[in-house]
Design a protein. Sequence first.
Length: 161
Amino acid sequence: MTNLIFKETQRFTQLWIWMLLVFVAGIVFFSAFSLEEIKYSDILIPMGIIGLVFTLFLALTLKTTIDSYSLSFSYFPFIWKRKYNFKEIESMELKEYNSLWEYGGWGIRYNFDSWAYNTGGRFGIKVETKDKKFLLGTHKPEEAKKAIAMFKVYKSKNHGS
């Protein structure tokens, strides 16, 4: 049985995102009702799209788990689960970063060097395998440091393999 070392669940909780979504929904709603002749399609289609966007933002969830032998994460609804045994991981470190400058924003991003999976914040767990580089955003940097230290102990005991 593996010991759970680090577990985090993140969502988009930033007030500015929700205010922006409500603002856009308001514009669409009021512009549809300002038409001289109102058709149901003029209201239902745009409001349906906005409803889907709201639902997507409510559903987006980044889950990161580190146990004694592996790291796993999911970014629902796009990535169900990816798991990497410590043997597959070459390095893991805590990184302070600016998602807007380094990756162009938040969510699932690529900067021609590595992938980033985040919901905000300025800290991430940078992971490198033989074939991939990626960063998992974290709002718990101190707990992540402890998990990374445990990973490094594992690697030193197993001579990096």
